[in-house]
Design a protein around this ligand. Structure first.
Ligand code: NAD
Length: 333
């Protein structure tokens, strides 16, 4: 039995979390959940954004499944997601984007995995405002170690999973110092993997290439802000935010989550698609070594996605979150 910390999250979080825990229970997956709130919900009940009980649980389990958390825009508290990523040094944000039968998308044959550096760059939290001068500084700090770790993680993944190519996306023509650290890491580490093709692309060209011919990409690695933007772009290539997944991985801890946010526009209405969080939970099962359980649920999900009447509204169906989850449970057999 694996003990896993469960953070239901805000907005649609509790609805999609329930869908996932119901499916895991029906499939008799050997996972025991320790449920804790974070963010706004936690603050309302305990006065803390990151309650100590949650941190104690994470310190013990070192693995969590997390629903989306609301972050106030342009004001208020700092993102809990970023705080957790930095506290547990979850330096890899791994986001696969694959076209899936049954999920409408503009492209066919997209099968790429994005590795986004998760703790540095413009998200380092180094922001200053000079009231007198009306100047805001948001400092992007990258380190040699950070660049090496994320590039190494991308190559190690490519090597382990039989991937053929790694593309490093950067802006070293303008950000000459920070960009060069990534390029240096790419040059050095790619030399250790001569059987994997290595290329680098300037981020603006990368965006265009992804839209024109996404099937040319295999594993992509980049810094924090570029990765944040590219990951949503990649979600758009394969059917949208409701279906793509993300894992925040460090050397000794991991938090698995959906890429989408708390979707306040549809929260509490039973309209949310739980696919992204379910797929994150399946990535988590692979991480825990429970490959057979992951494959069984994945097969049931694939079957369900080909039954249009069982799908949620974002996928063109009319089913509710719980009806979709029940269809997956029915397909487990
Ligand atoms: P969002 O992802 O919440 O919503 C964008 C659009 O996609 C909305 O129309 C929404 O209804 C739809 N959508 C998202 N997930 C869906 C699902 N599972 N099923 C069906 N439709 C879905 O993005 P936003 O509106 O920009 O952000 C809302 C809040 O979420 C913000 O506070 C933001 O900070 C937060 N956020 C959190 C995370 C996270 O916790 N990892 C990620 C992104 C945004």
């Amino acid at each position: 039995m694996h003990t896993v910390t469960l953070i239901p999250g805000d907005g649609i979080g509790p609805e999609i979390t329930k869908a996932v825990t119901d499916i895991f229970a029906a499939a008799q997956v050997p996972v025991a959940w320790e449920e804790h709130n974070a963010g706004l919900v936690a603050f309302e009940t305990s006065g803390e954004l990151l309650p100590q009980a949650l941190l104690d649980s994470l310190d013990k389990t070192r693995v969590a499944l997390k629903g989306p958390l609301t972050t106030p825009v342009g004001k208020g508290f700092r993102s809990i997601n970023i705080t957790l990523r930095q506290k547990y040094n979850l330096y890899q944000n791994v986001r696969p984007a694959q076209t899936t039968p049954g999920i409408k998308s503009r492209y066919e044959n997209v099968d790429l995995v994005l590795f986004r550096e998760n703790t540095e760059g413009l998200y380092s939290g180094l922001e200053y405002y000079d009231d007198r001068l009306g100047i805001a500084d948001s400092i992007s700090r990258v380190t040699v170690e950070g660049c090496h770790k994320i590039v190494r993680a991308a190559f190690a993944y490519a090597d382990k999973n039989g991937r053929k190519k790694v593309t490093l996306a950067h802006k070293a023509n303008i950000l000459k110092l920070a960009g060069k650290l990534m390029l240096d890491a790419g040059k050095e580490i790619s030399a250790e993997y001569p059987h994997i093709t290595y290329e680098d692309k300037i981020i603006d060209n990368m965006c265009m290439q992804l839209v024109i011919r996404p099937e040319q990409f295999d594993v992509v690695v980049t810094t924090n802000l570029f990765g944040d933007i590219l990951s949503d772009l990649c979600a758009g290539l394969v059917g949208g935010l409701g279906v793509v997944v993300g894992a925040n991985i460090g050397d000794d801890a991991a938090i698995f989550e959906a890429v989408h946010g708390s979707a306040p526009d549809i929260a509490g209405q039973g309209k949310a698609n739980p696919t992204a969080l379910l797929r994150s939970a399946l990535m988590m099962l692979h991480h825990l070594g429970e490959k057979d359980h992951a494959n069984r649920i994945e097969n049931a999900l694939t079957k369900t996605l080909q039954q249009p009447e069982k799908l949620t509204g974002d996928l063109g169906g009319k089913a509710s979150t719980s009806e979709f989850a029940q269809a997956i449970i029915d397909n487990l057999a």
